[in-house]
Design a protein around this ligand. Structure first.
Ligand code: CA
Length: 220
């Protein structure tokens, strides 16, 4: 689950990025309104946290342009503007939710989960591949009638492989999909996730082609 955080306040940005990463999201953080569009074009995010007062292009203008282009990514506006008219304007422009600063982190995370659930429910709820079924809303996996719950990153990794059967991903490609820019990634973290997945689901779940990378295994 990759989140784009748009916030020009360094303290809030740093704190939020750290907290959300701790909760298992990968977070890319931009501070300039001009950079948002390009980030959204070059990466697949599941949600945007958007400050309104930003250098070069304000949040409302960003939101307006997004919706004009029929981009329906969930947007949670996070702002110090507390006038009712501002809130109404934000929601009318196409924000999915609106939170005022200062905010409680627990509440922000609960609202993020709600938006993501809503988004997943709008889509086909389950991803199936052979005898393997992934539930994006709950991170629950059923494989050969065995049920288990995966961590955020484990689930993201499985999802990449399952949605592209037959494709072999290198470790670097998987890292790019699982982690945000500048996020410190331990050199063996992909291997650790794969080790855990095999432990939970069985050794054959992920195929390793030596020197090339990983693909989903036989799931018949
Ligand atoms: Ca600001």
């Amino acid at each position: 689950m990759k989140i784009l955080l748009v916030e020009d306040d360094i303290m809030i940005g740093e704190g939020l990025q750290k907290a959300l990463r701790r909760s298992g999201y990968s977070v890319d953080w931009v501070q300039d309104g001009f950079d948002v569009e390009q980030s959204l074009e070059s990466h697949a995010y599941c949600l945007v946290i958007l400050d309104l007062g930003l250098p070069n292009k304000n949040g409302l203008a960003i939101l307006q342009d997004l919706r004009k282009k029929k981009n329906d990514i969930p947007v949670l506006v996070l702002t110090a503007r507390d006038a009712v008219s501002d809130r109404v304007k934000g929601l009318d422009t196409g924000a999915d939710d609106y939170m005022l600063k200062p905010f409680a982190l627990e509440e922000l995370e609960a609202r993020i989960r709600l938006l993501l659930r809503r988004k997943e429910n709008k889509r086909i709820p389950l991803i199936a591949f052979g005898s393997l079924t992934l539930n994006p809303a709950t991170h629950e996996v059923v494989y050969k009638d065995k049920k288990c719950v995966l961590s955020g990153r484990e689930f993201s990794l499985m999802r990449v492989l399952v949605e592209n059967p037959g494709v072999i991903y290198s470790r670097a490609q998987l890292e790019e999909k699982l982690y945000g820019w500048n996020e410190e990634v331990e050199s063996n973290s992909v291997e650790v996730h794969i080790y855990q997945l095999r432990k939970k689901l069985g050794k054959g779940i992920i195929k390793n082609t030596r020197g090339v990378g990983y693909a989903i295994g036989e799931c018949s």
